[in-house]
Design a protein around this ligand. Structure first.
Ligand SMILES: [Cu+2]
Length: 645
């Protein structure tokens, strides 16, 4: 059984157990000295059912602990003790009741025990992992006060006693929510977040503090200048249906911004101008490991660029590969509306392929847009020529893509070449939000079709000259991408695994969904280690560290975790070591129940965002930082309209 199914079933069993014991407590209602046989059988049956359900929940907890402590921690340390206390109380109550003891106390014990069992379930859904002592104490106290209230009501102890328990319970619950609000909205302390480090107050181990503004590309950086200006503006985009859709963009007529194609060795200088994006914009170079001050995160490495303002980014084109750029200011809306484009760094001497297409895949106006537009797009290549498709998922959720009509190689992922990958056919490649793959194939005599699982109508067809591509029937053909299995990139290709040296730092990221306050507002938030932005403790490193990062997903959503300024080497997924070519990713799509082990080499000092690239999740709390010792920022995520997601 999968971890996710176990997580769900364990909670359901816990709820069923508590519910059945609660029903037993309510059924044991007769004030008669001896309950009737039928009543006894009902209560016993409910209690037996409840006990079986709780035993099943406990067994599943043990299995979950075997899948990883992250999935079971609070269930073992908080849930099991509360359940045991509940069972002992309820069990004592039922025995007393059967023997004709005082009905009031017997029922109070049975119901109070059930409250403790409910608190055990809530520990998972409210507190999460790691268990927090204050929240745990609130849960236990709430169960105790609810028991007192039950005793007062059942025993008709008078309004004042009942009101006393109810009042205390209300104070506790309001106080608990208030405490949660305070801890989620208070300014993070220096120890808790790299985002609010200011100047000289930072512990730097004796070394002088370095502000992120000092971590920029040097003025005298070598390379031929490749200068571009990008203007962020609202515009209308015409879809293939002739429908005009409002979009935000970085220039050009298409949905995606201008394709930035630069050559290895050049010095890239991009001037960003904001014409009329009221929320402000920035440029983040997704997957391209620029110096920290060029990273374009509003509130961390710069202030958002307001309408009429300008910001210039500079970096050396020294890592050939496929990347993309997008705004990192209120990006959950900005990227969705079109504030993105492709960045391709061609190797010195040019690309080896005759046809090289950059294909960002996006959704706009209900249509799937590949590159500039939706619908069918065709290109030509001579038979025997090689073709490279640089695919980027600019969406919030994973996509699957494939080529129908030719075997293809996955030549690169996330801007890093994959060595030794065999050509495959009838396989799809899954791309998490933000991820890229370069698909390379040799042009056959017939047309080749690039498909995504988003749309049958939006496809890219490449054919030799003279071969028909627009049959007008494509939307009705069965789509290969739906039917073919996924290629497992962890087992694809081969090549020597790099020697990174011993780990000098470790970090655990446990992903979950919990009720929290994000930006002061209550919500069902996306949390890392039980906390939400800006209160998630950063991954703290020193330059030169080799960091082992473990990511476990306890939730029921996919989380494409994206670390800025670095690539991570995939070590294992769910305990199975990666066996293919070394897989260096900047976006790791962690599915529900999965555990990934990654290695990161801390070689690019700064304060770097590490967040979910389902940007709606980032906006709902799932953002943190990778913070180098001694690096500070004066930018603030809640000032100047900055919204770093
Ligand atoms: Cu997510």
């Amino acid at each position: 059984m999968t971890t996710t199914a176990l997580l769900l079933l364990q909670s359901l069993a816990g709820i069923a157990g508590a519910g059945l014991w609660l029903a037993a407590g309510f059924s044991a209602g007769s004030p008669a000295a001896r309950p009737s046989r039928r009543e006894r059988m009902t209560v016993l049956a409910l209690a037996a059912g409840g006990t079986v359900a709780l035993a099943a929940a406990a067994a599943m907890t043990i299995v979950l602990a075997g899948h990883g402590w992250w999935f079971a921690g609070e269930k073992v340390t908080v849930g099991l003790p509360l359940t045991l206390v509940g069972l002992v109380a309820s069990g004592a109550g039922i025995v007393w009741w059967l023997r004709g003891g005082r009905v009031l106390l017997a029922r109070t014990l049975m119901l109070g025990g059930a409250y403790a069992m409910i608190a055990a379930v809530l520990a998972t859904w409210l507190v999460g992992y790691p268990p927090q002592p204050v929240a745990t104490a609130v849960l236990a106290a709430a169960a105790a006060l609810a028991t007192g209230l039950t005793w007062a009501l059942l025993g008709q102890r008078g309004r004042r006693v009942a009101a006393g328990f109810a009042g205390l319970l209300a104070v506790l619950l309001v106080g608990g929510a208030g405490w949660s609000w305070l801890s989620d909205t208070a300014a993070p302390t220096i120890a808790a977040s790299g985002l609010h480090l200011h100047g000289a107050s930072v512990p730097t181990g004796g070394a002088p503090a370095v502000p992120v503004t000092a971590l920029r590309t040097p003025d005298d950086a070598p390379g031929e200048l490749h200068a571009v200006e990008l203007t962020a503006a609202r515009h209308l985009v015409t879809l293939s249906s002739s429908e005009r859709v409002e979009a935000w963009g970085f220039g050009g007529d298409g949905v995606a911004g201008p394709e930035l194609r630069v050559t290895e060795g050049e010095l890239v200088e991009v001037s960003l101008v904001n014409r009329d994006i009221d929320d402000g914009v920035t440029l983040h170079w997704h997957g391209y490991d620029v110096p920290n001050g060029e990273d374009g995160v509003a509130g961390v490495t710069q202030d958002a660029v307001a309408p009429g303002e300008r910001f210039t980014y500079r970096f050396s084109a020294d890592e050939p590969g496929t990347y993309w750029y997008h705004t990192h200011q209120a990006a959950s809306e900005g990227v969705r509306r079109g504030l993105y484009g492709m960045l391709v760094v061609e190797p010195e001497g040019g690309v080896a392929e005759s046809l090289d297409l950059a294909l960002p895949v996006h959704r706009l106006g209900g249509e799937t847009v590949i590159g500039a537009t939706d619908g069918l797009q065709s290109f030509t290549a001579e038979e025997g020529e090689s073709v490279r498709l640089r695919v980027v998922n600019t969406e919030q959720t994973p996509i699957r893509v494939t080529l129908a009509g030719a075997p293809f190689r996955v030549a690169a992922v996330d801007g890093r070449d994959l060595a030794g990958g065999e050509a495959v056919e009838h396989r799809s490649v899954r791309l998490g939000a933000g991820a890229r793959a370069d698909l390379v194939f040799t042009m056959p005599a017939e047309a080749v079709r690039f498909e995504t699982d988003l749309s049958a109508a939006s496809v890219v067809v490449i054919a030799p000259p003279g071969v028909e591509t627009d049959t007008g029937e494509d939307a009705r053909l069965p789509r290969e991408v739906i039917e073919v299995p996924e290629l497992d990139l962890l087992a694809y290709g081969d090549g020597a695994r790099p020697e990174l040296g011993p780990f000098t730092a470790e970090a655990e990221l446990v992903l979950d969904r919990l009720p929290r306050f994000v930006g002061g507002a209550p919500g069902y938030a996306y949390a890392v280690n039980g906390a939400v932005f800006p209160h998630i403790a950063p991954i703290e490193v020193r330059e030169g560290d080799v960091v082992k990062i473990t990511i476990a997903n306890r939730g029921f959503d996919m989380h494409p975790m994206h670390v800025h300024g670095h690539h991570v080497l995939v070590l294992s997924r769910d305990g199975v070591a990666a066996t293919g070519a070394p897989l260096w990713l900047d976006t790791v799509d962690v599915r529900p129940g999965e555990v990934w082990e990654l290695a990161l080499v801390a070689d690019n000092p700064g304060i770097w965002m590490d967040h979910c690239h389902d940007l709606s999740h980032a906006a709902a709390g799932m953002m943190m930082t990778l913070a180098y010792e001694g690096v500070t920022t004066a930018f603030e995520h809640d000032a100047h309209g900055n919204r770093p997601e």
